[in-house]
Design a protein around this ligand. Structure first.
Ligand code: CA
Length: 316
């Protein structure tokens, strides 16, 4: 890290100039545990979150989908079949497309499922073969409330202030099913004290019109991050800045520097996804990849399945 940068950050912090809800591990970079410590335990399980918590990142991520009875559930997909034993427990509950949907099950029913390491539903093979073994031990699904209660409980017992980083999944799909997921998630967050930019909660969504609606119509004052997946979206960054405080791009979008310079011009922080020790792309090592994304390209933070390795890298 450049010395003058550290100096400026220290001065800014001392003057209370930072209005971001970021409790940073290093003076300048934010580490987000992507789906928990998902490189080591099945993604989004409470075990994976507890392990990630003990690694001391800045935020733990929650992907959120609604159950049939409107309970926000922490799971990455609107489908159940790639991370649970739903096909064995409720074989008759699949839709015409052959998939099992979280939204077709009540919270009580979802609690009967076991959660596994992610697998390919065609082949049954693990998506990340070097990770936690498939179908071993016992893990279940849980609600957003249950996860927040665990994190807040750990905050109390450890004296830390771990942030949460929920993502609203597929709001258009939920709306088609007659559910306003954003409204329900915002109510849950408010119930646990997350309402403003000062609270350690960052809300993320891929759907730009929904994230704008969260700011304008639903009047949320939370720190909002617009997730980005495609090259074409880079041109829309000035529009995103009308309601969002940050961008969450796929690391592939950082290559030509356009995204980061537009983010800077529009005063948006950039938290890129996803840094994985077992998915290096063209990089020769995880450290090289981190050096490139965090310091050469210069993002403000990263989502990682291996938050311990990112923190170790930053320490060095
Ligand atoms: Ca996510």
């Amino acid at each position: 890290m450049k010395f003058w940068k550290l100096y400026i950050v220290v001065i800014m912090s001392a003057l209370g100039c930072q209005d971001k809800p970021v409790t940073k591990n290093t003076p300048q970079k934010v580490v987000i545990a992507h789906r928990g410590a998902s490189g080591y335990l099945p993604e989004h399980t409470l075990a994976s979150k507890a392990m990630a918590y003990a690694m001391h990142p800045d935020y733990l991520e929650q992907d959120v989908v609604l159950s049939k009875d409107d309970v926000p559930i922490v799971i990455h997909d609107i489908h159940l079949d790639a991370v649970t034993n739903v096909a064995a427990v409720y074989p008759e509950r699949l839709r015409e497309d052959g998939r099992y949907y979280v939204i077709d099950f009540t919270f009580e029913e979802l609690k009967n499922l076991q959660v596994y390491e992610r697998f390919d539903i065609e082949t049954g093979k693990a998506v990340f073969p070097a990770r936690f073994p498939l179908q071993q031990s016992r893990f279940g699904l849980h609600s957003l409330s249950e996860e927040i209660e665990m994190i807040q409980g750990l905050n109390k017992s450890t004296g830390r202030n771990m942030g949460i980083y929920p993502e609203i999944k597929e709001p258009a799909f939920h709306l088609k099913e007659g559910k306003d997921i954003s409204k329900i998630v915002l109510e849950t967050l408010a119930k646990y004290g997350y309402t403003s930019r000062k609270d350690v909660c960052i809300l993320q969504c891929f759907d730009a019109s929904e994230l704008r609606r969260i700011r304008t119509e639903l009047k949320s004052e939370l720190f909002l991050v617009q997730l980005m997946e495609f090259e074409e979206e880079i041109a829309s960054i000035p529009k995103f800045a009308e309601y969002a405080n940050g961008l969450g791009p796929w690391i592939g979008l950082l290559e030509d520097g356009r995204l980061l310079s537009l983010a800077k011009e529009n005063d948006l922080v950039v938290h890129a996804y996803t840094l994985r020790k077992d998915q290096l792309g063209d990089a020769t090592s995880f450290e090289t990849l981190l050096e490139k994304v965090l310091f050469q390209q210069g993002v403000d933070g990263v989502f990682s399945d291996h938050p311990d390795a990112v923190l170790q890298f930053l320490k060095n």
